[in-house]
Design a protein around this ligand. Structure first.
Ligand code: ADP
Length: 538
């Protein structure tokens, strides 16, 4: 309910009009609303002379001091007293103690202030001493009043500048103070809100519960957020609801407890939180879809890979038979058993023989790789001394090395017993050695060595050459299938580009590791580990 009674017809005013104590009432603008008979008797002026006027103080400074005291936030301090010198009806200066108390209407709306005047009789001292004492007293009063006014002003400035809505509520739940942000946030004017139950700001559905909670707060009043963990809502004058965060603090206002509620509009934060949650949900959904899609693709790729390996395996197998025939018959022709060939024919047959052998190599490699990739290559592990095998292999390539004047060395401090597939072991070593010979220029050297590996149960083999070397950015790729970096020392691209891919697979199938250290111009060193027989050495 908003106040409807005009200040002129306030019953309190009527009561004070007849009061034997001099009482003056001023409105919020400092204009006189009541000047009772006792005031007339003390000061001389009639009510009709001063009604609606500023206070008829002896000086402008006194009037300002009075105005400041009358309009200050008196709810907090209750009544307060100060002294002023006024003139009585006979024109003598008298000392008056003025007590100021706030004037509230029936709905707690502030209407102004009451000033109760009490003449202070001068003590029995000489006039000069009295005047001195009075002057000192007045200066002190003035100082105190200034400080109070300054504090009140500072408080007001801070309150008004606060970005959050701040309302002060008395123990009956009435709003007794609020700032500008409250007006802006809730859409009410100050006059509409002051004196109203604070539930006016609470949505209708929560008002009942709020009254209970408010009463409960007084049992344990302390600074804390309101409704911890709950989503709180407030309601504007136009009925719209919005999310808020509220923090409560009890304050002692001159012996009476009040609560200050700081209300923050969190609409924007909630909107961002919701957007973020929605984004996260969308992201998770998309991620899930993408993962499912990826899984499906992976399965398709695996299936395609398996089919490809199967196809390559069967195709290579089918191709090998006619190629063997071509190699066999071209060899027969080269041996000239069926009659001599002229020089051109010999050259042609040589080409047929050489290229079909290369084709056979390629087919064998493809077959091997597809077996490895489809998981159908099974190792035939056996126990054998490594040194003898190494010597055999070196013997096999000795002629090629000599033809390029490459020095072939073997360093094996001890003979190790391997537990491996002997045919595959030969293949690995032979592949590394033939690469070393292929990529090392005439007069270079290739050294093979065997030593214990840092990994227990394994032995390390290394093939080191003084060849062309490999650029750092190519080092990982050379183990990929069909990867060839550059030409051999003959300036051609010999080989299939499958050798190292197969070699790596074979080493890893044995549980070993292969690595390369190389740099262009200073040669390469390929090393790999192979499992030892539990006995270790021969
Ligand atoms: P390729 O049949 O072509 O030799 P590999 O898989 O055995 O196929 O080798 C792949 C590539 O790695 C080669 O083409 C070559 O560029 C490089 N490579 C292998 N070994 C050596 C080496 N010892 N020195 C320099 N480059 C090498």
């Amino acid at each position: 309910m908003m106040p409807t009674t005009s200040p002129l017809f306030d019953p309190v005013l009527t009561a004070f009009a007849a009061c034997p104590t001099p009482v003056i009432a001023t409105d919020c603008q400092g204009r006189v609303r009541l000047w009772n008979r006792a005031a007339t008797e003390l000061l001389g002026q009639q009510e009709r002379e001063v009604l609606g006027q500023s206070l008829p103080t002896p000086s402008e400074a006194q009037r300002q001091e009075l105005d400041l005291n009358c309009t200050a936030d008196l709810q907090d301090v209750g009544a307060h007293d100060f002294l002023q010198h006024w003139k009585n009806k006979t024109g003598d200066t008298i000392r008056i103690r003025i007590r100021v108390t706030p004037w509230f209407g029936p709905t707690m709306v502030r209407r102004g202030a009451f000033l109760m005047l009490t003449p202070v009789p001068a003590p029995g001292l000489s006039d000069a001493t009295v005047l001195d004492a009075e002057r000192t007293g007045l200066i002190e009063e003035l100082d105190r009043a200034r400080k109070q006014a300054y504090e009140a002003q500072r408080f007001r400035v801070l309150l008004e500048a606060a970005p959050d809505a701040i309302v002060k509520v008395d123990p009956h739940g009435h709003i007794v103070l609020m700032n500008r942000a409250t007006e802006t946030l809730f859409g009410y004017t100050r006059e509409e809100l002051l004196g109203q139950p604070v539930e006016i700001l609470v949505p209708a559905t929560s008002r009942g519960a709020h009254i209970g909670q408010r009463t409960g707060y007084w049992k344990n009043p302390q600074t804390r957020p309101m409704g911890r963990g709950l989503t709180l809502s407030a309601v504007r004058k136009d009925g719209t609801e919005f999310p808020v965060e509220i923090s409560l603090s009890p304050v002692d206002a001159g012996g009476e407890m009040r609560v200050i509620a700081i209300i923050r509009d969190v609409t924007e934060r909630r909107r961002i939180e919701q957007e973020m949650r929605a984004m996260e949900d969308r992201f998770n959904r998309e991620l899930k879809d993408k993962n499912a899609e990826l899984e499906r693709r992976n399965r398709e790729v695996e299936e395609a890979d398996r089919l490809k390996s199967e196809f390559l395996a069967s195709m290579s197998h089918e191709l090998r038979t006619p190629i063997h025939t071509i190699i066999g018959f071209s060899q027969l022709l080269m041996e000239e058993i069926q009659g001599p060939l002229n020089e051109k024919q010999q050259r042609f047959v040589n080409h047929i023989h050489h290229d079909s052998q290369h084709l056979l190599e390629l087919i064998n490699d493809i077959l091997d790789l597809s077996k490895i990739e489809s998981g159908s290559l099974e190792l035939q592990r056996e126990t054998f001394p490594a040194l003898a095998e190494m010597r055999n292999i070196l013997e096999g390539i000795q002629q090629t090395a000599e033809s390029k004047s490459i020095d072939l060395k073997l360093t094996a401090p001890e003979d190790y017993v391997l537990h491996a597939d002997i045919r595959r072991f030969r293949e690995v070593l032979l592949n590394l050695l033939s690469n070393a010979l292929k990529f090392t220029p005439r007069g270079g050297s290739v050294a093979v060595s065997m030593s214990p590996a840092s990994e227990p149960g394994f032995c390390r083999f290394a093939v080191r050459d003084t060849g062309v070397g490999i650029a750092p950015e190519q080092l990982d790729a050379i183990f990929d299938k069909f990867y060839q970096v550059g030409s051999t020392t003959k300036g051609v691209r010999e080989g299939t580009g499958l050798g190292l891919a197969i070699t790596k697979h074979i080493v890893e199938l044995h549980g070993g590791q292969i690595r390369v250290d190389s740099s262009p111009g200073s040669g390469s060193c390929f090393s790999f580990t192979m499992p030892l027989d539990s006995g270790g050495r021969w």
